[in-house]
Design a protein around this ligand. Structure first.
Ligand SMILES: Cc1cc2nc3c(=O)[nH]c(=O)nc-3n(C[C@H](O)[C@H](O)[C@H](O)COP(=O)(O)OP(=O)(O)OC[C@H]3O[C@@H](n4cnc5c(N)ncnc54)[C@H](O)[C@@H]3O)c2cc1C
Ligand code: HEM
Length: 512
């Protein structure tokens, strides 16, 4: 790379001969100027053409623009004696922006919950997600295609699909994240790390497209499926060779699960299943559906395989169709009775016991995404100059930032204590003791997320409504934060569940 002086750069400031300096790097924009998305004029302006345009550039572009190969190759040299100040963080590194990381990852802070193993795990996971998953997430969020088999294979090589189902015997004998954590050491904090890390890219549709159907649809199989069914289905799903979806909701019934109308009629050793399911995540590409059905003995959960009588079509929603959200039609589908999950008529408890983990998982993903938005806003408020001063010099903006920080810290801390309880309870204890609290937690986190999305939108202004550029993460978050409030149980219903559960446990003699 050539070493150039400002004297030399200055000479290149006219049509067809345009150099500029950004952070000590010299770019030849002569051929690019007419293609520049912001137009050529801004590049020929005084103080830009042939000059150091670092401040102007970073006021208008994300750093990643300079790293894209098509733009990186415009660099022809470096300024003599110049120092590159703005470096892309190394993959896996932690942010140095205050509150951009939870306190357990911040230098000089302690936590009662996390060990050095969690810290090492977090570093490895973040690096993996940034290097392997992030490019795929950005591509799929935009083109709406499902996650590629290649990336699924890379995730299953390090057992991410298995780990996303939490601690348990399904991890035995597996090499987790290259061996960084032993299967018997893996706990809910490791899983929480996975959930917060995977949602950091401003790609909410992809978060669900990253095989969330399996995360929510597989537990009923291993908790209630026959040994034969488990032996056949679980390895295929955990290795990412087959896809699974949880099919409960219908146009007829969502919050009110008991109102399902998909019907399974028993004929000998088979069920004949007819009905429809709506908004089924990963449904467009699922091979199996863990399905809530009505039978003459009551609600029953049955595993349906894609085949004759099963059809799916995409539902267009506000987030990317990479999530594979589907309308599913079952038309007289023949399913062996051995595919029944749990007792016939006991479907409600199969479905309800599955919800705690799902809701806790959604909460973790939501917290991961929310924290990145806090970081985006702190950076933007610091760098955006309005009325001649940084945005952060406005008390109204600082007030919004303060509230964002309070919300994310409150969410994080509540989530961690809930995770700690889960780590020290059996599955059944968790169901009886934690369902209400997880419901309330999820409501709190998703409400906070929506308030933060609103505040972030004000802080970013028009850029918050623009899909590309400076505000792209805020735009995605603002458009999709409502998902956390509806999926896995609507916010209001969960808050109400929490209070009803508390009321049930009120001591009879607790009077004023
Ligand atoms: C993108 C997407 C993906 C989804 N993925 C799946 C999936 O993979 N599998 C699956 O089975 N389902 C899935 N769902 C369905 C989701 O779980 C339901 O949308 C959700 O449970 C709410 O049900 P509903 O939309 O039918 O709302 P309804 O039950 O019609 O309720 C409407 C609103 O009324 C309010 N409400 C309802 N009952 C009460 C009450 N008792 N107290 C107070 N307020 C109340 C709530 O605010 C609720 O939002 C998905 C939905 C979406 C949008
Ligand atoms: C290597 C040099 C540069 C490259 C590769 C580059 C590239 C880009 C790209 C990709 C965009 C689209 C915005 C996005 O989606 O992120 C953009 C927009 C823009 N650029 Fe540049 N740019 C360069 C230098 C500059 C400089 C020096 C200025 C100086 C003023 C400038 C002014 C603008 C403006 C005003 C916009 C529109 C921003 C908006 O819509 O908010 N660019 N540029």
């Amino acid at each position: 790379m050539r070493t150039l002086t400002f004297e030399e750069v200055k000479k290149h400031n006219s049509d067809d001969d345009l150099w500029i300096v950004i952070d000590s790097k010299v770019f030849d924009l002569s051929n690019f100027a007419d293609l520049h998305p912001g137009g050529p004029n801004v590049l020929y302006a005084e103080g830009v053409a042939g000059r150091d345009a670092t401040d102007a550039f970073f006021g208008l572009h994300r750093h990643e623009v300079l790293l894209r190969p098509q733009y990186a190759r415009l660099q022809i040299g470096v300024i003599e004696g110049g120092v590159e100040n703005i470096r892309a963080p190394a993959p896996g590194s932690l942010s140095r922006v205050p509150y951009a990381e939870p306190s357990w990852l911040s230098e000089g802070f302690l936590s009662p919950y996390y060990s050095n193993n969690h810290r090492a795990f977090q570093r490895t996971v973040r690096k993996f997600f940034e290097e392997v998953v992030r490019p795929e997430a950005i591509k799929c969020e935009e083109n709406g295609k499902r996650i590629s088999q290649e990336v699924v294979d890379r995730m299953s090589d390090v057992e991410i699909i298995a780990m996303r189902l939490g601690p348990g015997k399904h991890l035995q004998g597996r090499t987790l994240m290259g061996g960084i954590v032993k299967p018997e050491e893996f706990d809910y904090f490791h899983e929480l790390i996975l959930n917060t890390e995977l949602s950091r890219f401003g790609t909410r549709g992809f978060v669900d497209g990253m095989l969330n159907g399996a995360v929510i649809g597989l537990p009923p199989i291993w908790n209630y499926g026959s040994p034969e069914l488990q032996a056949r289905i679980i390895p295929q799903v955990l290795s990412g060779k087959k896809y699974l979806a949880l099919a409960i909701t219908e146009a007829f019934a969502g919050s009110d699960v008991s109102g399902l109308q998909t019907t399974a009629v028993r004929v000998g050793d088979h069920w004949i299943i007819t009905g429809t399911k709506k908004w089924i995540t990963n449904g467009t590409f699922a091979d199996y559906f863990t399905t809530g059905c009505k039978t003459d003995k009551g609600l029953t959960v049955i595993l349906i395989e894609r085949g004759e009588g099963v059809s799916t079509k995409p539902i267009k929603t506000a987030y990317s169709s990479t999530a594979g959200t589907a309308y599913v039609v079952f038309d007289k589908v023949r399913v062996p009775v051995s595919n029944t999950l749990g007792e016939i008529g006991n479907g409600l408890s199969v479905i309800l016991s599955n919800f705690n983990h799902e809701r806790w998982m959604v909460t973790g993903c939501s917290v991961g995404a929310q924290r990145v938005i806090v970081e985006e806003c702190l950076k933007w408020a610091n760098q955006r100059i309005v009325f001649g001063k940084p945005l952060s010099s406005q008390a109204v903006i600082r007030n919004k930032l303060g509230k964002m920080i309070m919300r994310i810290e409150a969410c994080q801390n509540w989530l961690e204590i809930v995770t700690h309880q889960m780590n020290n309870m059996t599955y059944n204890e968790m169901s009886s003791k934690m369902a209400g609290q997880i419901g309330l937690l999820k409501q709190f986190v998703s409400r906070c997320g929506r308030e933060t999305a609103e505040d972030a939108t004000q802080i970013f202004g028009g850029r918050a409504l623009t899909v590309t550029g400076m505000g792209k993460l805020v735009e995605n978050y603002h458009r999709t934060s409502g998902y956390d409030a509806i999926l896995a149980g609507a916010e209001d219903v969960l808050g109400d569940l929490g209070v009803r559960q508390a009321m049930k446990k009120m001591p009879k003699d607790a009077l004023l």
